[in-house]
Design a protein around this ligand. Structure first.
Ligand SMILES: Cc1cc2nc3c(=O)[nH]c(=O)nc-3n(C[C@H](O)[C@H](O)[C@H](O)COP(=O)(O)O)c2cc1C
Length: 196
């Protein structure tokens, strides 16, 4: 277990994420994001991590979706990675802020054309009358943008989770697992270990 070796949890995350990218057969960047609306009832779903640095962890989504509505009402989230091949989990908690338009534009431009058109066609998390309705909308937007650049819809952008607590969990024999927690404290981080 190397979790205790980095003073900065982002360095620790970079190390573990790099190992997960090599070892994990699926998407190493798949993570659960848990949110809660004004009533405090949690909801969770998978998204893909699209960037991380000292500022936090970024994912992209539809701004009319359930998660986005919950974040608008209560801008806090919890992220969870489980890398089964490494027997590791990472738990991240903190406030959430929108990414800038420039950041969202830059990421949207890297997506495949069909994913860009799909973003226009989907009213994510709203009821859909039939699969045909969705396919018709995809065809309509494909025709509308024809061969030109597909701009980012103003209802599609990203969120950054600013970590206040990050826990690194590593399985150990006989369920005597290692848990190493970083708490944000002023400009730095306070660390502690927890019983498994
Ligand atoms: C592996 C995986 C990755 C996903 N990545 C994203 C993503 O990056 N952004 C997104 O909006 N939805 C993503 N989804 C779909 C979400 O899990 C979810 O169905 C959708 O965002 C609607 O969630 P909501 O109604 O809670 O807002 C992903 C699903 C899976 C299984």
């Amino acid at each position: 277990m190397t979790a205790t070796q980095n003073a900065d949890p982002m360095d620790q995350f970079r190390e573990w994420f790099g190992e997960a990218e090599k070892r994990e057969p699926g998407d190493a960047n798949a993570m659960t994001v848990a949110t809660a609306g004004p009533e405090g009832r949690p909801s969770a779903r998978m998204v893909l991590l699209k960037g991380f640095d000292a500022r936090g962890f970024v994912f992209y989504t539809n701004l009319g979706s359930r998660k986005s509505e919950e974040l608008a009402a209560n801008p806090y989230a919890s992220l969870l990675f489980h890398w089964k091949s490494l027997e590791r989990q990472v738990r991240i908690e903190g406030p959430v802020e929108p990414v800038t338009d420039a950041e969202a534009d830059e990421y949207f431009a890297t997506r495949s054309r069909l994913s860009q058109i799909g973003a226009w066609a989907s009213k994510q998390s709203r009821p859909l009358n039939s699969r045909f309705e969705l396919e018709r909308k995809v065809a309509r937007f494909a025709a509308k943008f024809h061969v030109g650049k597909v701009p980012r819809p103003d209802f599609w952008s990203g969120f950054r989770v600013i970590p206040e607590r990050i826990e690194f969990w590593q399985a150990e024999e006989f369920r005597l697992h290692n848990r190493h927690v970083y708490h944000r404290s002023g400009d730095g981080w306070r660390t502690e270990i927890l019983y498994p």
